[in-house]
Design a protein around this ligand. Structure first.
Ligand code: GLA
Length: 603
């Protein structure tokens, strides 16, 4: 096992002067000196932009010298009709400037596939409306689309490289490609594209610590790194066997894990993780903590897994990381800081301790049924058979499918063979039931009537971000049958959650229980802008907004019980809470509580 010949500088040089960062025989070399990359992942797209500086600073205070981020193509370019944007909440250049301002380096992982429990692993859903397009392989249409994105992205990264006085020291090609494919021509084309785009710093690939994956996911002349969170010595040996020379790096040191709806909240033992980190650093390896601060899957950005059963990821991406979702040092943060202090110098400044968030109750005293506004939330397109949602340009969230249910013999049931992912089905406003891809409940009883309007409110709960299901369509795949008869003549509406329309239609509503799919609104006062934790006890499933900012999905099945409200979206004085509830609530009230509750740990 290699070891560093001299102690690595923990804090990078903040001078802004160009540096030379290269892959040496045994170590990374920064201006000729051995350098250990001590990195932590902060995804700018999972943190409110007004909080980027705070999270980066806390990474430095823990003793890290580098911040790592992915780049999610689908967030930058949600529609094929408009070029990618890099402003506001997606201003990557500003994020990298903030990293540099802390005197830190940056590692950037532009994919184009990023996995990351992010919708579709970061690949835009609109790419896959072309059935001929090849996913993550050397296929001209896919490569041309990547080139289009990279033409806009790479100049941002190139200008921020360390050899131009910026913070970027390493750029990744693809992501754990060896777990997906073995198309070397594809990887080589990506690497060439990145180089042609002006990236001069070292490139790297990352793969699970497995000989075949490291072989398939790597390229000659490009540094291979491994991803793992335990059994450090064994995993480093696998990496070393795959790559006899060069620095050892764990590009994703999994110090926690993510949660799916309907499971427990994952936690890992701080002392055990700190011991693994110690082993890694003692071996002279470089590291990227995955995650340093996990942040939040705001809006409809969360991904899903499917290894036989579809499992959507929660809104919180806390990850049990050293810095919590809401930006506070945890026990793991302090344990890691102590380890980093043993291996180098950590700043003297103590990181702050958690402060409780304001507690208050909100009456949601206005309401409007979705049915009353839906015709203003999107255009209707007509189809014979129900199309995938992508056919109506909907790449996330809700889509409404309606048709006329014919008169029928009593006893016929409604059959929905392949719902992706979840559907609330009503007949003339009467709820027939909910169909869930995960539980495969595909048959609904229909009361004997002369027919009526059948409405299916379909929710895309997040696109699979790992494995062969990347790029799959959403919708009522397989159609809808009444008994043996295919239902035809569908009116399909992409539902845009336009709160201006909703606000104009709200009416005062009494407290207590409420039924049906509806928007609910209430206001609350704050003395000053503050982080909040929204608790929706008694509510079932839906999405919530504070002052128009989409916090993400909530779901009574848990484990997550509170939604994080970043302070910058709130203000002193009056604030607004809007909830789109799909099923109903026992009590039209919400609470803000002092601390997050991400659910019970594994017993
Ligand atoms: C892999 C991927 C990451 C992430 C982790 C699990 O390592 O590369 O993007 O999905 O798994 O959190």
């Amino acid at each position: 096992m290699s070891s560093l010949t001299s102690p690595a500088p923990v804090v990078a040089d903040a001078s802004g002067a160009p540096s030379r960062f290269v892959v040496g025989e045994e170590h990374f070399l920064l201006d000729g000196r051995p350098h250990q990359v001590l990195s932590g992942a902060i995804h700018y797209f999972r943190v409110h932009p007004d909080q980027w500086a705070d999270r980066i600073r806390k990474a430095r205070l823990m003793g890290l010298n580098t911040v790592e981020t992915y780049v999610p193509w689908n967030a930058h370019q949600p529609s094929p009709d408009v070029g990618p944007r890099f402003d506001g909440d997606l201003d990557l250049a500003r994020f990298l400037d903030l990293v540099a301002a802390e005197g830190m380096h940056a590692v950037v992982r532009p994919g184009p596939f990023v996995c990351a429990e992010w919708d579709n692993g970061g690949l835009p859903a609109w790419l896959f409306t072309d059935p001929e397009l090849g996913v993550r392989r050397h296929e001209p249409r896919f490569l041309a689309a990547v080139q289009g994105f990279f033409d806009r992205l790479l100049p941002v990264l190139a200008a921020a490289q360390v050899d131009r006085g910026g913070p970027v020291v390493l750029v990744q090609v693809e992501n754990e490609y060896g777990a997906y494919g073995s198309d070397q021509a594809y990887l080589a084309a990506l690497a060439a594209m990145v180089r042609a785009g002006g990236i001069t710093v070292p490139l790297f690939t990352c793969d699970q610590a497995d000989a075949t994956m490291l072989a398939d996911g790597g390229l000659p002349g490009v540094l291979r790194t491994a991803t793992f969170g335990s059994r450090t010595a064994e995993r480093l040996a696998v990496l070393r066997a795959a790559q006899p020379t060069g620095p050892l790096m764990c590009a994703e040191f999994w110090n926690g894990w993510f949660d799916h709806w309907g499971t427990h909240h994952h936690r890992t033992d701080a002392a055990a993780q700190a011991a693994e980190l110690d082993a890694l650093l003692s071996a002279g390896a470089s590291v990227n903590l995955y995650m340093f601060c996990g942040g939040t899957n705001f809006g409809f950005t969360s991904g899903a897994n499917d290894k036989g059963i579809y499992a959507p990821t929660t809104t919180s991406y806390d990850y049990d990381a050293p810095l919590s979702e809401d930006g506070w040092p945890t026990a793991k943060y302090h344990a890691f800081r102590a380890v980093l202090a043993r291996h180098g110098r950590v700043p003297d400044e103590e990181p702050p301790r958690r402060a409780p968030a304001p507690e208050l109750a909100v009456e949601l005293d206005e309401q409007v049924a979705l049915d009353a506004v839906v015709d203003r939330l999107g255009p209707v397109l007509c189809f014979d058979a129900p199309p995938p949602v992508e056919a109506v340009g909907q790449h996330a969230g809700f889509t409404e499918y309606t048709t006329t249910l014919p008169a029928r013999p009593a006893g016929d049931a409604l059959v929905l063979p392949d719902v992706r992912d979840r559907a609330v089905v009503t007949l003339d406003g009467l709820v027939l039931g909910t169909v869930d891809r995960e539980t495969r409940t595909a048959v609904l009883a229909v009361p004997p009537t002369a027919g009526g309007t059948l409405r299916v409110l379909l929710e895309d709960q997040g696109r699979v971000n790992y494995g062969p299901r990347i790029g799959e369509p959403k919708g009522l795949l397989g159609g809808v049958r009444l008994g043996a008869e295919e239902l035809r003549g569908w009116r399909v509406r992409p539902v845009a959650l336009n709160l201006d329309v909703v606000r104009g239609a709200l009416r005062p509503a009494p407290g207590g229980p409420r039924a049906g799919t509806a928007f609910h609104r209430g206001t609350f006062d704050l003395a000053t802008s503050a982080d909040l934790h929204l608790r929706l006890d008694g509510w079932t499933k839906g999405v919530a907004f504070v002052n128009g900012f989409a916090l993400g999905r909530y779901w009574s099945r848990g484990p997550q019980r509170t939604l994080y409200v970043p302070g910058p979206v709130t203000r002193a004085g009056a604030n607004e809470l809007v909830v789109l509830e799909l099923h109903g609530t026992a009590d039209a009230r919400a609470r803000f509580v002092a601390e997050p509750d991400l659910g019970p740990d594994e017993a």
